[in-house]
Ligand binder design. Sequence first.
Ligand SMILES: Cc1ncc(COP(=O)(O)O)c(C=O)c1O
Length: 383
Amino acid sequence: MRDKLSDRVLKLKGSATLGINSKVKELKRKGIDVINLSVGEPDFDTPIPIKEEAISGIREGFTKYTEPEGTFELREVICEKLLRENSLSYTPEQIVVSNGAKHSIFNTLLATLNPGDEVIIPAPYWVSYPAMVKIAGGKPVFCKWNDEFKIDIDHLKSLINKRTKLIILNSPCNPTGIVYTRKELEEIAEIIVENNILCISDEIYEKIVYDVEHVSIASIDEEVKRRTILVNGVSKAFAMTGWRIGYIAADIEISKAVKKIQSHTTSCPSSVSQKAAISAIKWYSDISKIMVEKFKRRRDYIIRNISEKIPYLQPQGTFYIFLNIGNSDSEKVAKKLLEEKHVAVVPGKDFGAEGFLRVSFATDIENIKEGIKRINEFAEENL
Ligand SMILES: Cc1ncc(COP(=O)(O)O)c(C=O)c1O
């Protein structure tokens, strides 16, 4: 049946993290004590009052299709949030709610890319960006990083040409944990405006920051805001990954286009999840602070205890730390680490950064202590 598959799918590589997860499950089935540091979601449960809101929604019969772009009430609540927390003014017509931020990004790419349009993806990048660009018919073009894992501005400038349609910015960044400052964003914004390109600003880790401020590039000025498709959602901030609610805030023409695509593909995001999202964004916007405190303690533990043989850049956001393993092949190292020490991490290669490993601290401190002990032993023996 392979000959029946589309060229589109044949060009794609399966998700690396899913591959690691199945290997972890296989080892666990054999009774092996695996420490899983590859996880990409908070290990906390969705707060009870948010769950209760969804349960009431079900009881009240809020179980039918909603507007394709999400209910007016949810879009209004999102506008209030963007104004309150990001000083950004949008109308509900500019908001489209989808089934997770990943879906929001994919819809946006479908709505904006023509075949062969180039999309600049700063490396190290989230694994799904290049795949989604390719499915949507675009061409991913990778931008180099500087000493701080941030965009190499000269390289960025050199990549822009007539086919450049978009850049995807991700701050706080998965996998490096870097967070752009306002000043850095101003420089990037100037390039975006000067060259009249669009910017997808993936802000899904907005609330998971340590002693730094999250700034949305859309808040720099009106010119860059017009060209920015701001992406956010409830997955990481409220430990709601399974509820699948993400959204865009964008220029009205773009949000109308995204709405059109969504109306023909998924009809609307889940009604019950929308109920829960209203309550999360409206009433519990600060609940993530409790999680963030815990993440910070775990991050600090890793920083204090990781072997001197493994350099890293201190993450200012997210729940990942990106470890430098020198010139080693990250896939081979990750495989060996899993087989010999039973610690699962994600190879940097999948994020466009060979020679690194992504370690997640979205797991409890006891796991982290044991995981770091084993990584240090591994470093002594292998690095
Ligand atoms: C950078 C980044 N963007 C978007 C997403 C997707 O978020 P959601 O679960 O809301 O689709 C993730 C999830 O891992 C992510 O790491």
